[in-house]
Design a protein around this ligand. Structure first.
Ligand code: MLT
Length: 258
């Protein structure tokens, strides 16, 4: 059983689960849902506390707990093995699935993410942000982050994209955001696990990503055996900003899976 809300497209081809970043929801995958349904069975859940999925009971939502929830969704859908694609926080969750449930994966796609944990300072900052979100909402966080999430081109020329990202963040549950912030701060160091990843892996880097820049993504890809790296236009939310380029990379990767 799984109580995650999700949206799916496609009835044949490899099962693919798409994990969104923070603090957005499955809406960030609209271009992938529209573009990949002819090639794969694509499912994009709202992770716990995001979009239409219920917020967790506890005040800290760990990446490990989210990973178990995602595997519960795969069970409910009858996906014995699946390709898991995660953007940023979705990537942190994908590392946990790869570590705890390696036999469930048939492929891994890591988009604009990192294997490093937070520093103490970053963790303290997340905890302070969690308190602030609970008392005043997400506006301050959006104001601080919007020009890091999106490329300058998107910010300057595509107000619809800026608005859509802002709306996803603004409508997220405050309890869900706070619990996730605390869980992000507590996440494990995934670097020691990279060498154990044994499934085909695609790394996608937004060339203008200010949060997880392409040089960091190149280093991460180099630590994963046989990983392929593709750079695409866009910032940290490249799949939402440039779906055609990201979909082309995904279609090519899916086409090469056995
Ligand atoms: C995300 O996009 O999921 C965030 O940048 C992750 C984070 O805050 O570390």
């Amino acid at each position: 059983m799984s109580d995650l809300a999700y949206e799916g497209r496609g009835t044949s081809g490899p099962p693919v689960i798409l994990l969104h970043g923070f603090p957005v929801d499955r809406g960030m995958w609209r271009g992938q849902l529209a573009g990949l349904g002819a090639r794969a069975r694509v499912v994009a859940p709202d992770l716990p506390g995001a979009g239409h999925s219920p917020a967790p009971d506890s005040d800290t939502l760990t990446m490990e707990a989210i990973a178990d929830t995602v595997v519960g969704l795969a069970d409910a859908l009858g996906f014995e093995r699946f390709v898991l694609a995660g953007l940023s926080m979705g990537g942190y969750v994908a590392f946990e699935v790869a570590r705890k449930h390696p036999g469930r994966l048939s492929g891994l796609v890591l988009i604009d993410t990192r294997a490093e944990p937070d520093t103490d300072e970053q963790r303290h900052g997340r905890n302070a942000d969690a308190e602030r979100v609970l008392s005043e909402g997400c506006g301050f966080f959006i104001d601080r982050m919007i020009d890091k999430w999106l490329s300058k081109d998107t910010l300057d020329k595509r107000p619809d994209v800026v608005h859509a990202v802002t709306q996803m963040a603004r409508t997220a549950s405050h309890a869900g955001l706070a619990a996730t912030l605390r869980g992000l701060g507590e996440r494990r160091d995934a670097r020691p696990d990279l060498g154990a990843i044994a499934v085909p892996t695609l790394v996608i880097a937004g060339r203008q990503d200010a949060i997880t820049p392409p040089e960091d993504m190149r280093a991460m890809a180099a630590a994963i055996r046989g990983a392929q790296l593709v750079e695409v236009p866009g910032g940290h939310f490249a799949p939402f900003e440039h779906p055609a380029e990201v979909n082309a990379a995904l279609v090519s990767f899916l086409g090469h899976l056995g």
